[in-house]
Design a protein around this ligand. Sequence first.
Ligand code: PLP
Length: 467
Amino acid sequence: MQARIPLIPNSAVPLEASPAKVEDTFDDRERDTRETRRQGTMTTTHETFDRVESQVRSYSRSFPKLFGKAKGSIIYGEDGREYIDFLAGCSSLNYGHNDPDMQAALVDYVTSDGITHGLDMFTRAKEEFLVAYENIILKPRGMDYKLMFTGPTGANAVEAAIKLARKVTGRTNVIAFTNGFHGMTLGALAATGNAGKRGGAGIDLNGVHRAPFEGYFGPDVDTADMLEQMLDDPSGGIDAPAAILVEPVQGEGGLNAASGEWLKKIETIAKKHGALLILDDIQAGCGRTGTFFSFEEFGLDPDIITQAKSLSGMGLPFALTLLKPEHDIWKPAEHNGTFRGNNHAFVTARVALEKFWRDDAFANSVRAKGEHLKTRLGAIAKRYGLNLRGRGMMMGINTEQGDVASDICAKCFEKGLIIETSGGRDEVVKVLCPLTIDIAQLDKGLDIIEDAFEAVLAKDVSRAAAE
Ligand SMILES: Cc1ncc(COP(=O)(O)O)c(C=O)c1O
């Protein structure tokens, strides 16, 4: 029998505010909670979270709702209310919630005692994923890369990429860009631009030189030329770089989509200066822009590519660092971790590759929906004199003000749509719906966005007139 763990009262919460007695156990409370919910008498859904969970949580603040189920592009509140999901686990659910084929394969694997945890040992599930990735992704694209399974988060894939670039070149400096987001562990955070995120580090974040992303100084300044000039100049002040780390489309940083020409220049600069080019495709990859890798149409040849988020296909934690074979100089276990290669994710990721990437049908449908999204968001943006941002099905509207964008997202939530902001000032209303969404649901969500823009911006205009 399981030990019954006494609950320790949270000193920040007055005891009388808590529905449970101090001597209650976790089991007691869970049973009480389930019973209360079953009887329909649970009035606040976040009391438990406020009491027990750290305040570091974030998305639950924008969407303070108890969710229970999800299918396709819909998440269901425990009260039965339906929400269209235009956040999709921040691009971790490109194929929607609970794809039936991935679900069936996973259930079958689990119930037939397939290995759940195998460290990085050889398992059937891993082998099948490797073969699928090689045959469906790498070979048809003429790509020659080794697959390195890192810890399960995107940040870990980025850490591995940065470490490897430093090891290969014997240099430390990494060039990363304004508005870049690469994760919250110290190495990845050093490459991240956002001051609020960096502030949580509690230590100096070193080893990164910040360069301006494309368009940072407006359309007339070529920031790639600027970077090249500074690197060429012995007094430019930039230490010889180990790597240039860049997102082809900046997801968290406000949906800034780099052009192929700019990325090509960055690649040339990296080669000329002996740095490795690392493309962080964690958010923009797995089909989000209409191709498996977001940079495919640009003819780039990165040294290292990072993937995570939708790679498992079903929202399971799973990350990958792809490296050119000549850079595979790791010593065994030099970048280690208990959770490298999630066998359940190997199963669902293989199904995702086989189901969606064996031919062009899915990619074509994503491109068509991306055009539709562009047309409809473009019309909304035009109405209010705002700009569109992004590429493919990673698109949004720059409202230019964080409070406006968050008011719009809050209004959307009231109307049954889950959508978030991005950008340095949270000023972009960002659509990241599942790529599998049908047009009717996409339009329904876009109608809600349209109404929310009208409600918030009309209110703003009348507020300005009254002042
Ligand atoms: C481009 C990019 N890189 C890295 C990360 C970090 O991934 P994770 O949150 O899984 O650590 C993210 C997360 O949003 C991302 O968008």
